[in-house]
Design a binder for this molecule. Structure first.
Ligand code: NAD
Length: 439
């Protein structure tokens, strides 16, 4: 593993803690991307030092009473990278692999993502280290409410606004918003985004990340000369991001030749019927694709899925999926990162050298936070928009960011990831320089 170079005053603590965990690898990748951008921008080392650290890190115990009367205690986190550009913004993840390092990396990535899209937010992320599938609905509700209570001191509609992420959804956001409102004694729907429509959610939020990934994948193929009609797409993950990406790419004329979820990978040379697959997951015993079948379908492992020949590969499940172990065997022309941090920094270099174009997460999956921003604006103004307004503005924000990142990267002869990070870091650093250091 290549470690990011130490920065003076950072101290040896972080370096000494290095363990080869996915969360740690992700954190080092995030820091490597920042350091690379800082070096290329010739960034003031004082600003760089601040941007390498997180403004606030909270670790909380989340005890809950289980249905059988036993007590379980989980560990939760909320990390705020910076509030310099505006309030902090980022999702909440429930997953067994959640760690402080992973949440820290994801909080930093949120800062850069918001900056690429010119959204007035800094980055944050939260999570609880838990396997939600092992909990009943009542246990999940108690977990969500206790976690919300535990992070209460640092969240707020003008401080830090959580949203859904892996294994959390509208229902989780409804519980979070209710808990926060009860505790402060006033209705506060703007405390979270990704809420149900009836509770102040935005039309177009549920599919926004996947629609955004599809828009960016289409824009990439258009700009770099691959016809969209008939283009072969492979998508890892069939959740909120993966399914909607598949839906919109199929609608645009792409052939979805492979998808996977936690149960494994499914391929069809003539293209999969993603709507039939979604319908199957709604009633399958595990709510996954396990057991799905149709004539001509072949099953592969998740590892094999990433290596299928295709035009565009979309990792939309978890981080650290494309690494030094498989990057030299990826056959896609383009990788469009639906997930956060799916490509390690070593893999990134291998892919760049092989001419595989990688559209980075901080651009590719920014549709979700962009519509979250619209939801927050609608909440603050208590004035809902219609779907046409939401999607028109989403396209405007994404096309602007895409063109800007591509033009900048081409002009500076750097990869799209390097260009996106350079733009993002320069914007946040400029805001930091203008504000100065308090006091
Ligand atoms: P989700 O929980 O809805 O779906 C995750 C999917 O990944 C599921 O289909 C699951 O079965 C699958 N999966 C889990 N482990 C897998 C494995 N080892 N191999 C293959 N598939 C596996 O989560 P989501 O909201 O779709 O998030 C997916 C990724 O996108 C995460 O990295 C998340 O941070 C990122 N993201 C989400 C949003 C959003 O709005 N939901 C926005 C930006 C980025």
């Amino acid at each position: 593993m290549t470690l990011a170079p130490p920065v003076a005053h950072e101290g040896p603590a972080l370096q000494a803690q290095v363990q080869d965990t996915p969360g740690m690898r992700m954190l080092y990748s995030a820091l490597n991307h920042l350091d690379d951008a800082a070096a290329r921008l010739n960034l003031d080392p004082n600003l760089h030092r601040i941007l390498r650290t997180c403004e606030r890190t909270l670790t909380v115990a989340v005890p809950i009473e289980l249905d059988d009367g036993e007590t379980a205690v989980y560990t939760g986190y909320r990390v705020q990278h910076t509030s310099v550009p505006g309030p902090c913004k980022g999702g909440v993840r429930f997953h067994a692999d959640v760690s402080l390092e992973e949440v820290t990396a994801l909080a930093q990535l949120m800062t850069w993502k918001c900056a690429v899209l010119n959204l007035p937010y800094g980055g944050a992320k939260g999570g609880v280290s838990v396997s939600p599938a092992t909990l009943s609905e009542n246990e999940l509700r108690r977990l969500t409410r206790r976690y919300t209570y535990a992070i209460m001191p640092i969240i707020g509609p003008k401080k830090d606004i959580p949203a859904p992420d892996v294994n959390t959804d509208e229902r989780t956001m409804a519980w979070m918003s209710d808990t926060y409102s009860m505790l402060i004694g006033e209705a506060s729907q703007e405390i979270v985004t990704g809420k149900p429509l009836i509770l102040g959610g935005s039309v177009g939020r549920a599919d926004a990340t996947g629609l955004g990934v599809a828009i960016i994948a289409e824009s990439t193929m258009k700009r770099y000369g691959t016809p969209i009609e008939g283009a072969r797409a492979v998508i890892q993950g069939f959740g909120k991001v993966g399914y909607w990406t598949a839906h919109y790419l199929a609608q645009a004329g792409c052939k979805i030749v492979g998808v996977s979820d936690v149960s494994g990978g499914y391929t069809h040379p003539h293209g999969l019927d993603v709507e039939a697959m979604l319908k199957y997951t709604k009633t399958s015993p595990t709510r996954t694709l396990a057991g799905y079948t149709t004539p001509g379908l072949e099953t592969v492992t998740n590892e094999e899925l990433l290596l299928l020949p295709c035009d565009v590969l979309i990792p939309a499940a978890l981080e650290d999926q494309i690494t030094s172990l498989n990057a030299d065997r990826i056959q896609a022309k383009y990788i469009v990162e639906g997930a956060n941090g799916p490509t390690s920094s070593t893999a990134d270099k291998i892919l760049h050298a092989r001419g595989v174009m990688v559209v980075p997460d901080i651009l590719a999956n920014a549709g979700g936070v962009t519509v979250s921003y619209f939801e927050w604006v609608q909440g603050l103004q208590a004035f809902p928009w219609d779907l046409a307004e939401v999607q028109k503005n989403l396209r405007r924000f994404l096309y602007n960011a895409f063109d800007h990142v591509c033009d900048f990267s081409e002009a500076n002869q750097v990869s799209l990831r390097q260009g996106a990070f350079m733009l993002a870091v320069s914007r946040v650093a400029e805001a930091l320089a203008q504000r100065g250091i308090f006091p």
